[in-house]
Design a protein around this ligand. Structure first.
Ligand SMILES: C[S@@+](CC[C@H](N)C(=O)[O-])C[C@H]1O[C@@H](n2cnc3c(N)ncnc32)[C@H](O)[C@@H]1O
Length: 232
């Protein structure tokens, strides 16, 4: 079956929340066990440059795969807040972190967070900005929220630039089409992977512009970019 045929079989009215809700179980397995990804999550949490007792917010926390790594960084005295707008993934994130009394999972829009996050020492967003209408604006708001001296860290899958890239990029394109909620419109673009790349580039570029980049790395065969910055 071609990608076009698969695309046409998918319901076009599904919202991003319904999409992630429907796939929460499968997504959780991929999020936790894809080779190379646990190491990336540990690295992303370390790039938040947290200290014991700090507060960290994860935007679009999904099923909560990053939350234990963040909890490890802030310790029992710190606070970890995971935020996502999809009910079923939040349920999983809550179950996965029920052993901690300082990890909170809230249902909210990452582009319009309900709380003032001025107390946050860092904000992390992994595999999220590509889903947002205006990724650079969201990064700008997150930089404002943590303020000077705070940290913002992004990690996102994008086309690999390594010499062995062509087969990896072909797989990446398939994953992008199948894992993108229809409402983000990326599926209906001719080159959804290029469009996603552009969104991710704009988010990472905005973070580099707003901060002293302390981490700018690629992971998982060059497919995942990690940028972490201390806001100026
Ligand atoms: C690809 S998943 C990534 C989840 C998690 N960050 C991880 O690394 O496994 C994207 C998540 O972002 C959430 N999301 C997308 N746009 C959002 C928004 N505007 N506000 C809150 N959550 C959002 C989705 O519900 C989904 O759980």
């Amino acid at each position: 079956m071609t990608l076009e045929a698969i695309r046409n079989r998918l319901p076009s009215e599904e919202t991003a929340q319904e999409f992630y809700g429907r796939w929460a179980g499968l997504y959780d397995l991929i999020a936790r066990y894809t080779p190379g990804v646990p190491r990336l999550r540990a690295r992303a949490a370390a790039a938040c440059r947290l200290e014991a007792g700090d507060t960290v917010v994860e935007m679009g926390c999904g099923t909560g795969a990053n939350l234990p790594y963040l909890r490890e960084q802030v310790g029992p005295e710190g606070t970890v807040i995971g935020l996502d707008f999809t009910g079923p993934v939040i349920e999983r994130a809550r179950e996965a972190t029920s052993e901690y009394d300082n990890v909170y999972v809230l249902q909210a829009d990452a582009t319009r967070p309900p709380l003032a996050f001025e107390d946050a020492d860092a904000i992390l967003a992994t595999f999220v900005v590509g889903m947002l209408e205006e990724p650079a604006a969201a990064v700008e708001a997150w930089c404002e929220a943590v303020g000077p001296g705070g940290h913002v860290v992004l990690a996102n899958a994008a086309r690999s630039e390594e010499w062995y890239a062509p087969p990896i990029n072909a797989i990446f394109k398939t994953v992008v089409v199948l894992s993108t909620p229809p409402t983000t419109k990326l599926r209906y673009e001719n080159d959804p992977d290029l469009r996603l790349d552009a969104k991710i580039d704009s988010a990472h570029a905005r973070l580099r512009a707003r901060s002293a980049a302390i981490a700018d790395e690629s992971h998982v065969f060059g497919v995942v970019r990690l940028t972490g910055g201390r806001v100026r």
